[in-house]
Design a protein around this ligand. Structure first.
Ligand SMILES: NC(=O)c1ccc[n+]([C@@H]2O[C@H](COP(=O)([O-])OP(=O)(O)OC[C@H]3O[C@@H](n4cnc5c(N)ncnc54)[C@H](OP(=O)(O)O)[C@@H]3O)[C@@H](O)[C@H]2O)c1
Length: 262
């Protein structure tokens, strides 16, 4: 499959996954735009990437970033910034970029996390990171844009022979440690970028892990058997129903209405 050349915006481009997504998108022949908070950070990116300075928590800085893009890869992370960071960056960043995009169409690839529907574990109780990332997934589904949501397993615990990609649905692996599944950062970046050009990833949500075996080469064969999310659904196919909309904060429900309206 020859990927059509797109203009791909990477949001979180200086992060451990975002940097690799930038490299991967360039390798796959796309024009890459990188949203970066400061010019100093931009120096670590390859010269082929077009850098746009912006902060996802400041909507007024996002217009140039979304202008003319065909696709957006979100690899934001607010690790260490607690509940406020999870709301402002992991969730609010997705909301603000989608609102800046307005009525323009773009293919979306959103990275969240395996276990994102686990609300009762100690990690989510202290950070609300899962709840806010799940709300960011809901914004993407509600936007009506063509999307793929990738929930990676635990980064970089792969054994030397664990190259085979495995996709799961329903978010059933919730031990909260690497026994839930492992994945290399480069594998995440590759799947995010490949998802942008496959017809087999549309409206699909999946957990991404790697197991023993050779590297995956046929990505359409990997993506095709997955079930799409039901049309109009807020959650991923077969996700547990444990975050009812009626219990959500009013501001979250307002945001869903706002992205639907665009
Ligand atoms: N570790 C695991 O095993 C694991 C497994 C599954 C999912 N995850 C999830 O993966 C995420 C971490 O990914 P990562 O390692 O790539 O994170 P990272 O290296 O911390 O990168 C986060 C990116 O987000 C950007 N960012 C943060 N706030 C921003 C803002 N206000 N405006 C614009 N950009 C902003 C950062 O920019 P700066 O460079 O300017 O800070 C950086 O580019 C976490 O959220 C975690 O929940 C982790």
């Amino acid at each position: 499959m020859t990927a059509p050349r797109m203009t791909v915006l990477v949001v979180g481009a200086t992060g451990s996954i975002g940097r690799l997504a930038v490299d991967e998108a360039i390798r796959q022949g796309h024009a890459v735009r990188a949203l970066v908070r400061t010019p100093e950070k931009a120096r670590q990116l390859p010269p082929e990437a077009q850098v746009v300075i912006g902060d996802v928590t400041r909507p007024e800085t996002l217009d140039d970033a979304v202008e003319g893009v065909n696709a957006i890869v979100f690899t934001l992370g607010s690790d260490g910034a607690g509940k406020a960071g999870a709301e402002a960056v992991d969730y609010g960043g997705v909301r603000n970029v989608l609102l800046a995009l307005g009525s323009r169409k773009a293919r979306i690839a959103l990275m969240t996390s395996i276990g994102v529907t686990n609300r009762t574990g100690s990690y989510n109780r202290s950070t609300e990171s899962h709840d806010w990332k799940r709300r960011s997934e809901r914004l993407v589904r509600a936007s009506g844009l063509p999307y793929t949501i990738v929930r990676p397993g635990w980064f970089d615990y792969n054994g030397p022979d664990e190259h085979r990609l495995v996709l799961l649905q329903g978010d059933t692996h919730q031990a909260g440690n690497s026994s839930d599944g492992v994945i290399a950062r480069g594998q995440i970046a590759e799947v995010l970028v490949r998802s942008l050009v496959s017809d087999h990833t549309l409206r699909k949500t999946f957990e991404l892990i790697a197991t023993k075996g050779p590297a995956t080469e046929d990505f359409d064969a990997l993506f095709a058997p997955l079930d799409a999310d039901p049309q109009g659904a807020l959650d991923g196919v077969r996700d547990r129903s444990n975050q009812p909309l009626e219990d959500e904060p009013q501001r979250v429900r307002d945001d869903l209405d706002a992205v639907r309206a665009h």
